[in-house]
Design a protein around this ligand. Structure first.
Ligand SMILES: [Zn+2]
Length: 259
């Protein structure tokens, strides 16, 4: 994985010279480009970086799950065929596993919002087609009570630089979480869907920002996708023509996994 990213970086450097070096540092830590063992400029050691399982191969168009072979563009996995999602398409930058958990939990709980621009670049690469098609970018909201506790919404911390990077309008408060949902941990897919049913809505004064538009919804981790589906339903009720999803990480198998 590390060698592949090194090669990718070398091609970019040849193609664009030094002008994009500082931008590249956000995508690829300096050590991944130069092959030394120092900690990258943005806090991710080379070794940690090389263990992250980026989803840059073929994936299901509906949920972003990796395929073992390439069935061609736009193909959906069996679970997505059996039960179409409330969102239209999804991409994840990497698998949620021991390697990616650390930077994501640091963003979420350890005030490491300095990691957000790098993580936004992961999304801009993994979800490039969805970002390009989006007319607005919105984060999955936290309940106001939780926002007070944590002081920031980790999804918004990534959605904001992604919107700036891609020149797409940013909707920080188009979606509202109107009640604190119980933790999704330990719940089945159906249980998670019940838990978030009706939890999200678009306030009347924000409807015009959503109506008739293609919205790209951002979150940190997708497990069953129930929260993202709750948000997608609320956006569609408010008139969004299409809702796509981009997350930093997704679990490989949704069934039976808790975080
Ligand atoms: Zn799928």
């Amino acid at each position: 994985m590390g060698a592949e990213h090194g090669q990718f970086g070398a091609e970019w450097k040849r193609a664009f010279g030094g002008a994009l070096r500082s931008a590249l540092d956000l995508i690829l830590p300096r050590d991944a480009l130069d092959g030394d063992a120092r900690v990258g400029a943005h806090g991710l050691p080379a070794e940690a970086w090389s263990r992250i399982h980026f989803l840059d191969g073929p994936v299901c168009d509906g949920c972003g799950a990796p395929f073992d072979y390439d069935p061609g563009p736009g193909v959906r996995c069996a679970p997505c065929m059996a039960r179409p999602r409330a969102f239209d398409a999804a991409r994840a930058a990497c698998l949620y596993d021991e390697a990616s958990r650390d930077p994501i939990l640091k963003l979420k709980h350890a005030d490491r919002t300095d990691l957000a621009p790098m993580l936004a670049r992961w999304l801009s690469r993994a979800a490039a087609e969805l970002v390009e098609a989006a007319e607005a970018i919105a984060p999955v909201p936290l309940h106001p009570g939780r926002l007070l506790q944590r002081r920031y919404n980790q999804a918004a911390e990534v959605a904001r630089p992604l919107a700036a990077l891609s020149g797409v309008s940013y909707l920080p408060d188009a979606l509202v979480r109107r009640r604190a949902t119980e933790s999704q941990g330990g719940k089945s897919g159906a249980g998670r869907r019940r838990n978030v049913a009706g939890a999200f809505h678009v306030p009347e004064r924000r409807r015009a920002q959503v109506e008739g538009r293609r919205i790209l919804l951002i979150d940190d981790v997708m497990t069953t996708g129930a929260t993202l589906e709750g948000c997608a339903r609320a956006l569609k009720r408010a008139g969004a023509v299409r809702v796509d999803v981009a997350v930093l990480a997704r679990v490989k198998e949704a069934a039976g996994l808790t975080i």
